[in-house]
Design a protein. Structure first.
Lengths: 690, 157, 143
């Protein structure tokens, strides 16, 4: 199987190149037979990539340590789940994994367009096959082949970093990769539109769907990463403005901007150059993200070792993308003229445009802060870095404005909104926002940015709730439906709008979760068995934690299969005097990785806060493992993280809204062939049908 | 041995799969399919959706009366243009011009009566709850209630 | 085109605000990222540098760890020139990946200030096991 997989990988390259060349020739010479062959090459490369991936997974499952990659990221005692996930645990495999998803989406794109958008397809296939060829060339010639052999067979592998042996860390890369690779499709269609000159509104709908899909996966992937960091890195934090984190945020920001600005193009035929540029920028940023992670040019706890060869190849690719994009857009500039202008500053178009500007501002700031070490060293001789203080200082103002916009957008009409109507519609939400702010202030909360966030969040939630209410009520009146049905039909008939509002609600809740961090409390205490610590929560109540003692496990009797040793501290929890369960936090090392111990934190999550406990120090580890009664004193760090759960709830709501927006329309998008020539009259339909 | 056989089979299969269209002369289409929307038809659909949005914004109090009527007129005009473009593309015969004019008049009436289906564009009998051509439920007289519940003024003909 | 003109003004305005925020953000929060060699050189040339917050990336010297009353202590050396070393003191909890075992190659990034007594007072310590992310054939052959 492994040999077959490796052969499949080598076969894929000529096939991809064949497809790329043939597709462009087919487009230039209008040869349908060449096009069919080119489309088949996409399916073939997908099939071959699947074989290659299966070969790697097989190698992991069968402990084939003669492969450098398998030996680096697996060992005999590794859980099967993580062996399968070995496909994406490291640099080499993850490149193959990227290619796998790329080909999956390419195949879906080709298949779903076998009877539509035919004028685009030669160029689409050409672009997709070219990108596939690029990744195959890297895999095969840049010293990152997952099938590279060691030349000898070690007795056992190195195993997987224990911090990566976590559920969230396993699904985080695939989800992100789904997001990154999905965006290749809208990029291919954009290039196809530019090449073919067909720059009308038809490619917008397609672009929007794929962009939403990519955006959906990126959003989820980023949230999974945050959850992993919170659970596994053990500092109570979820985002560190680490270069690799930032790299995944950048395409998400520009995709969000695109999702909004594309509606302006759809409605008013404006911003054509802007949207084209955003599509190319977003794709560029997906490549940039993988470039940053792999080249090691910016140091990060995530990044793979510094690999200059790959760095140059990716830089070349990115330059080519920019070059091609700029040339094509300039060439087609006449066809990209706006059909209309913005009529009023008080319009949804203006609000969306402002939203775009804010998102791009954040994008630029994050990008600049991330690249600063490289630029400062390159141009100034001395390396300077910036960290969370910089990113927070710059992004918080823009974040607040963006948050406010999510509440303003829904209330403003397209084209032009009436000032009086706006004032009328804003009265209640603003009142609620101010009330919440005042209430929190009176309760003693004093953090400026956090209070602003809560106030704006309340404002936005009011807007959204009122929108749902008004829309449902309108349906109840007109359709005489009952409220629950009216609500469901309301959302179902216009998934884009209502899915969008649900996403906004999720974002708002998430931001409130972020703001809760401003009120975090932390205490560090050394305890003997039987001693108690008092952990007050910013919300007024208090936790009492009693340290019961340590339980130790040595290899063999452990519940987690590959644990070598573990020291686990048990704490009994009381909340305001009433029993509230127990918590365990441990320090442990896995078999074959005794030099990389990890700390497993304890969490007691409730709706409004997390009680988070870290076993910070076991001064006499040896003694503790030997159950020495004098070695039982340990140090804990106790934390209360207010509202942190709202980050995850918000994430789920964002996912739900995204799914609603992604759900395919029941109504056909094709014009119906008329039975006779009836009057084709279009009637305005209320609050509903798409 | 089986590995080599498998490898040869694999490569052969792939090569055959790729070359078959060229050898057998099978073609993939490179032209717009008949039932795909044209540019004008897409534009029509977008304009109708925009009309829908305007109705909704008015019903939920985001648009004042004047703006609502003005926007509705503008969009109806745009819809007409897009419609006639679409019609012009599909039938193309010069002799149809009077027929087109009749259709335009009918369209204006349809806009007011709200018996036209937003999904497929067909006209229906007044009082229909469902579109006879595509089955999608029609929303009632397309001019929605104003926030204070009063019926809007009829479309000027 | 007055409307487009206003849009352009808005665009320029936002660009100015971004630039301003980035400029002040960087100048107020930036930290030099030096190698131990560069740090020592800079401090010898300019003694006021002892008061500047810096970030230093070096490698942990095996066997140098000491548990002190003030917290943890270990020595880092410059990756290029192993003779350039200094001691680090850190009062917080060391990350899980920290070790001074001779079997591991541990890179440490410490942020803080370099005291006059040539001890680095760290406010943050980040470690990364250089050899863990990609096995070396030598490492694997050694078992």
């Amino acid at each position: 199987m492994n040999v077959l997989g490796e052969l499949a990988l080598w076969t894929a390259l000529p096939v991809a190149l064949w497809g790329a060349v043939l597709a462009f020739v087919a487009g230039a010479r209008q040869r349908g037979d060449l096009q069919l062959s080119a489309e088949r090459s996409i399916y073939a490369v997908f099939f071959l990539t699947v074989l290659a991936s299966l070969g790697i997974i097989d190698a992991f499952l069968n402990d084939r340590f003669e492969y450098l990659y398998v030996a680096s990221y697996s060992n005999r005692s590794l859980d099967t789940f993580y062996k399968v996930a070995g496909l994406w645990s490291g640099q080499r495999g993850s490149l193959l994994f990227w290619l796998l998803f790329l080909m999956l989406f390419s195949s879906i794109a080709v298949w779903s367009n076998r009877r539509q958008n035919r004028e685009f397809m030669p160029y689409v296939v050409g672009v997709l096959a070219s990108i596939a060829s690029f990744f195959l060339i890297i895999l095969l010639f840049a010293d990152v082949n997952p099938y590279a052999k060691l030349g000898f067979t070690p007795a056992d592998g190195q195993g997987l970093n224990p911090q990566l042996q976590n559920y969230w860390m396993t699904i985080h890369p695939p989800t992100l990769y789904l997001g990154f690779t999905a965006f290749t499709i809208p990029f291919a269609f954009a290039i196809a539109a530019l090449l073919s000159g067909r720059l009308d509104s038809r490619w917008i709908a397609l672009t929007r769907r794929w962009t939403l899909l990519s955006w959906f996966f990126l959003a989820n992937g980023i949230v999974f990463g945050m959850r992993w960091a919170y659970e596994e890195l053990g500092w109570g934090g979820w985002w560190f403005w680490d270069p690799v984190e930032n790299a995944s945020l950048l395409p998400w920001l520009s995709a969000t901007a695109l999702l909004h600005s594309i509606q302006i193009q759809e409605n008013r035929g404006m911003l054509k150059v802007w949207n084209m540029s955003l599509v190319i920028l977003t794709f560029l940023l997906t490549i940039f993200a993988t470039f940053l992670t792999r080249s090691g040019l910016i140091e990060s706890v995530h990044s793979f070792a510094q690999e200059l060869r790959i760095a140059y190849i990716f830089l070349g690719f990115m330059s080519a993308i920019i070059g091609v994009g700029v040339v094509l857009i300039l060439w087609r500039l006449p066809k990209l003229r706006s059909e209309n202008q913005i009529e009023s500053f008080l319009s949804r178009e203006a609000a969306f445009l402002f939203n775009n500007l804010m998102l791009l501002a954040v994008l630029f700031a994050v990008w600049w802060g991330t690249m600063l070490p490289l630029f400062s060293e390159g141009f100034g001789g001395e390396k300077i870095t910036v960290g969370p203080p910089f990113f927070n200082a710059v992004n918080i103002p823009f974040g607040l404005v963006l948050l406010a916009l999510t509440g303003i957008g829904p209330v403003i009409a397209w084209r032009r909104a009436s000032k009086q109507n706006l004032k009328k519609n804003f009265t209640l939400p603003v009142a609620v926002g101010v009330a919440v702010l005042a209430a929190l202030w009176l309760a003693g909360a004093r953090h400026g940015a956090a209070l602003a966030t809560f106030g704006i969040a309340a404002f936005v939630m009011t807007v959204i709730v009122v929108e749902f209410f008004k829309g449902t009520r309108a349906r109840v009146r007109i359709e005489q439906e009952r409220w629950p049905f009216a609500f469901l039909h309301l959302v179902a008939r216009n998934r884009r709008r209502w899915g969008g509002y649900i996403v906004h609600a999720g974002v708002v809740i998430m931001f409130a979760g972020f703001a809760g961090n401003a009120f975090k409390a932390e205490i560090r205490q050394t305890l003997d068995p039987g001693e108690t610590a008092e952990m007050p929560s910013p919300l007024g109540h208090s936790y009492t934690l009693t340290y019961e003692g340590l339980s130790t496990t040595l290899a063999g009797a452990a519940p987690v299969r590959n644990v070598r040793w573990q020291v686990e501290a048990l704490l009994r929890v009381e909340k305001e005097g009433r029993p509230a369960g127990t918590l365990t936090t441990a320090r442990r090392a896995l078999i074959a990785q005794e030099d990389m111990p990890t700390t497993e934190v304890a969490m007691r999550s409730s709706f409004l806060e997390d009680l988070y406990v870290i076993l910070s120090d076991v001064p006499d580890l040896r003694g503790a493992l030997a159950n020495d009664p004098n070695a039982q004193t340990v140090t804990f760090t106790f934390m209360v993280n207010p509202l942190v759960g709202w980050i995850w709830y918000g994430g789920m709501i964002i996912a739900l809204g995204g799914l609603i927006g992604l759900w395919p329309d029941g109504v056909a998008t094709r014009a119906r062939t008329p039975v006779r020539a009836p009057a084709r009259a279009g009637g305005p339909v209320l609050a509903g049908a798409d | 041995m089986t590995v080599i056989a498998g490898a040869v089979l694999l490569v052969a299969a792939v090569v055959f799969f790729l070359l078959h269209p060229i050898l057998s002369g099978r073609h993939a289409s490179l032209h717009r399919e008949r039932d795909e929307p044209t540019e004008a038809e897409s534009r029509r659909r977008v304009t109708l959706l925009a009309l829908r949005d305007v109705e909704y914004d008015y019903a939920t109090g985001k648009l004042g009366e004047e703006d609502y009527q003005a926007l509705k007129r503008e969009l109806a005009a745009e819809a007409l243009v897009a419609l006639t473009d679409a019609e012009g593309e599909s039938s193309a015969s010069r002799q149809d011009v009077p027929w087109l004019e009749r259709e335009i008049v009918r369209l204006r009436g349809g806009l007011a009566a709200g018996t036209t289906c937003a999904a497929c564009g067909s006209a229906n009998e007044p009082g229909s709850r469902f579109c006879a051509y595509c089955g999608i439920p029609l929303d009632t007289p397309g001019s929605g209630s104003a926030p204070d519940g009063s019926a809007p003024r009829p479309e000027p003909a | 085109m007055p409307k487009n003109g206003r849009f352009l003004v808005g665009l320029v305005g936002v660009a100015l605000v971004v630039s301003y925020l980035i400029w002040t953000g960087v100048s107020e929060t930036m930290v030099y990222y030096l190698t131990p060699m560069e740090l020592v050189t800079k401090v010898t040339a300019d003694p006021t540098f002892h008061d500047v917050g810096v970030k230093v990336g070096g490698r942990v010297v095996p066997g140098s760890y000491e548990k002190r009353a003030t917290g943890h202590s270990f020595v880092v050396h410059d990756v290029e020139d192993e003779s350039v070393t200094f001691r680090v003191e850190y009062a917080g909890d060391l990350p899980d990946t920290f070790t001074d075992s001779p079997a591991m190659v541990v890179d440490a990034v410490v942020e803080g200030r370099f005291r006059e007594d040539a001890v680095f007072e760290a406010t943050t310590v980040l470690t990364k096991c250089g050899s863990r992310y990609e096995a070396t054939p030598e490492g694997l052959a050694a078992g």
